[in-house]
Structure formats: structure tokens, C-alpha cells
Design a protein around this ligand. Structure first.
Ligand SMILES: C[C@@]1(CC(=O)O)C2=NC(=C\c3[nH]c(c(CCC(=O)O)c3CC(=O)O)Cc3[nH]c(c(CC(=O)O)c3CCC(=O)O)/C=C3\N/C(=C\2)[C@@H](CCC(=O)O)[C@]3(C)CC(=O)O)/[C@H]1CCC(=O)O
Ligand SMILES: NC(=O)c1ccc[n+]([C@@H]2O[C@H](COP(=O)([O-])OP(=O)(O)OC[C@H]3O[C@@H](n4cnc5c(N)ncnc54)[C@H](O)[C@@H]3O)[C@@H](O)[C@H]2O)c1
Length: 244
């Protein structure tokens, strides 16, 4: 069977690369303080970024104002009560514009590209290096729906439908499996080779044979039990062991 070359037809070349961009401690500049900016601030703070917001104070909406005032988030936000100047682009890792001035937005897009800073220009997709999407977040689980700029409202509607179909407790299950994987890597350390292959097979068998609810309710004692009675004996117990 011949496998078609990715991108060999015009349709498949119009998509995006969906990736989980790591922003922890990266410096993100947000120009604007209105509705769109507040949603951007929320997204990048949740990804652990250090944020600078540039906007005249009177243009801040309530939510942006509360992010700036909030004691938990304000150590990660620097706010400048003024309009944008080009030196704001110095030493930043990402730029998001959300201002009601299309010409300036596009100029910022152009300056960012000249400096090779990844940029999102809320009013004009052609100036964006990446788009935002409609997002679901449940603990460590994140799902993003993108229509690649064709219909943001439909992205929102599709996202709501997916949200309704996600089984309850999925975030908890992922959290617990993450804990188990960390403990397993402590017990059987090493990257690559036979140890990685064995770890991966055991994790695949466990995740496919157990119910999500059982994974979600794993406690520390059961995790230890699983490693002792499961991993060490190279089996996946059919049901969780004794609880704490
Ligand atoms: C998903 C979401 C994420 C977010 O922004 O966080 C998002 N837009 C959302 C809502 C929304 N935006 C707009 C409406 C009005 C109804 C409508 O137009 O549909 C609604 C719906 C509403 O308000 O309910 C207007 C709009 N949006 C863009 C333009 C400029 C243009 O198209 O030229 C215009 C003005 C068009 C005009 O002037 O007519 C452009 C973009 N908006 C994107 C993302 C990127 C493509 C994503 C994709 O295609 O999947 C892209 C390309 C760039 C970017 O922003 O990254 C968020 C939903 C979050 C959620 O609810 O879950
Ligand atoms: N991508 C999307 O999903 C989407 C959705 C809706 C609207 N938009 C577009 O995004 C833009 C912003 O929308 P909004 O609803 O947040 O607008 P808004 O009016 O709520 O906010 C505009 C903000 O820009 C600030 N601002 C204006 N000029 C500035 C400058 N020179 N320097 C710094 N800050 C400046 C204002 O103080 C204000 O905080 C609009 O052009 C809108 O059409 C995009």
C-alpha cells in the first residue's frame, strides 16, 4: 500500500502544527488590556509565563484589572499604564496584540517577524505566526479545537460538544497516572533501551485494561502496591489493590 506524502495535496497543506508550547518562565508581552487581552493573560499565566501588559489604565477591562491586582498572579504580571513603544519588544519570547488599532497591530506583527519573535495579532490572521483555539482544560488535560481561522464560533460550538462527551474524572485519572509514572521512573530509572520499552509496555497494558475511575481513585498505598505486585512481577493486576 502506498502511503500518501503528507502535504501532497493542497487541502492538507492549509493546516497547522498543533503543539503544547512550554512557556514556563518565558517572557510574554501582551499589548492591550481589553476583552481579548484578558483571555490571553489567563491562558499564558496558566502556562507559567512571566507577563508584561501594556495598555492605558482607562482601557483595562474588569478581568484584566483583577489579574493585575490579584496577589497570586501579580508577581508574574508587570503592568505599564501607557501605549506601546517599540522597545517593549526587547527581550521577549512571545508577543500577543489585542488592541483596537489595526494599523498598529499589523506594524507590531511586522516588527516581531523582523526580530523572529513568535506573534499573534488578534485582528489579522495573516500577521499571526500561530492562532489561539477553543480550549478545554480538566486538570492536566488540555484539548484545543482549531478551525484554522475559518470559523472561531464553530470552534467554540464543537468544543462545547466535545466537553459534554468527556468522561468524568479524566483529569484526576491523568494526574494519578502521572504520579505512578514518576514513581515507576524512580524505581526503574534510565532513558531509552530495554528499560524504556518495558516501562512503556507495562504502562500501556495498565492504561488499556483498567477503568478510568479506578485510575482516578488510586491512592499512594495502591501506587506502591501496584509497583510491588505489578511492575516487579511483570504483570498488570486486574483490579486495584488495598486502599489507604
Ligand atoms: C477560538 C478562539 C480562541 C481565543 O481567541 O481565545 C478564537 N476566537 C474566538 C472567538 C471569536 N472570535 C471572533 C468571534 C465572532 C464570531 C466569528 O467570527 O466566528 C468569536 C466568537 C465569539 O465571540 O463568541 C472574531 C474573530 N476572530 C478572529 C478574527 C479576525 C479574522 O478572522 O479576520 C475575528 C473578527 C472577524 C470579523 O471581523 O468578522 C481570528 C481568530 N480567532 C481565533 C480564535 C483564531 C482562529 C481560531 C479558529 O479558527 O479555530 C484567529 C484566527 C486568531 C487568534 O485570535 O488567535 C475564541 C473562542 C474561544 C471559545 O469560546 O472557546
Ligand atoms: N481573535 C479574536 O478572537 C478576536 C475576537 C474579538 C475581537 N478581536 C479583535 O481584537 C481586538 C481587541 O479586541 P477587544 O475586544 O479586546 O478590544 P477592547 O476595546 O476591549 O480593548 C482594546 C484594548 O487596546 C488597548 N490599546 C489601544 N491602543 C493601544 C496602544 N497603542 N498601546 C497599548 N494598548 C492599546 C486599550 O487600552 C484596550 O485595553 C479588536 O481589534 C477586535 O476586533 C479578535
Amino acid at each position: 500500500m502506498t502511503v500518501p506524502m503528507p502535504g501532497s495535496d493542497s487541502d492538507s497543506r492549509s493546516g497547522s502544527l498543533l503543539i503544547a508550547w512550554q512557556l514556563k518562565e518565558k517572557h510574554v508581552l501582551i499589548v492591550g488590556g481589553g476583552k481579548v487581552a484578558s483571555s490571553r493573560i489567563q491562558d499564558v499565566l496558566a502556562a507559567g509565563a512571566k507577563v508584561t501588559v501594556i495598555s492605558p489604565f482607562q482601557g483595562l477591562n474588569e478581568q484584566t484589572q483583577s489579574f493585575i491586582d490579584n496577589k497570586d498572579s501579580n508577581s508574574h504580571i508587570v503592568f505599564h499604564d501607557r501605549t506601546f513603544v517599540t522597545t517593549d519588544l526587547d527581550d521577549v519570547d512571545m508577543v500577543l496584540t489585542a488592541i483596537d488599532d489595526v494599523e498598529l497591530s499589523r506594524n507590531i506583527g511586522t516588527w516581531c517577524r523582523a526580530r523572529r519573535i513568535p506573534v499573534n495579532v488578534a485582528d489579522d490572521p495573516s500577521y499571526c505566526d500561530f492562532y489561539f483555539g477553543s480550549q478545554i482544560r480538566q486538570g492536566p488535560l488540555q484539548i484545543m479545537v482549531s478551525t484554522n481561522g475559518k470559523s472561531p464560533k464553530l470552534a467554540n460550538i464543537i468544543r462545547r460538544r466535545i466537553e459534554e462527551s468527556i468522561p468524568k474524572g479524566v483529569g484526576e485519572a491523568i494526574e494519578k497516572v502521572g504520579l505512578l509514572r514518576d514513581k515507576l521512573k524512580e524505581r526503574a530509572p534510565g532513558v531509552g533501551g530495554d528499560i524504556s520499552k518495558r516501562r512503556m509496555k507495562w504502562m500501556v497494558d495498565l492504561c488499556t485494561s483498567w477503568e478510568l475511575d479506578d485510575l482516578a481513585s488510586l491512592d499512594d498505598r495502591q501506587i506502591e502496591w501496584l509497583l510491588d505486585e505489578g511492575w516487579e512481577r511483570d504483570v498488570v493486576p486486574p483490579t486495584p489493590g488495598p486502599k489507604e
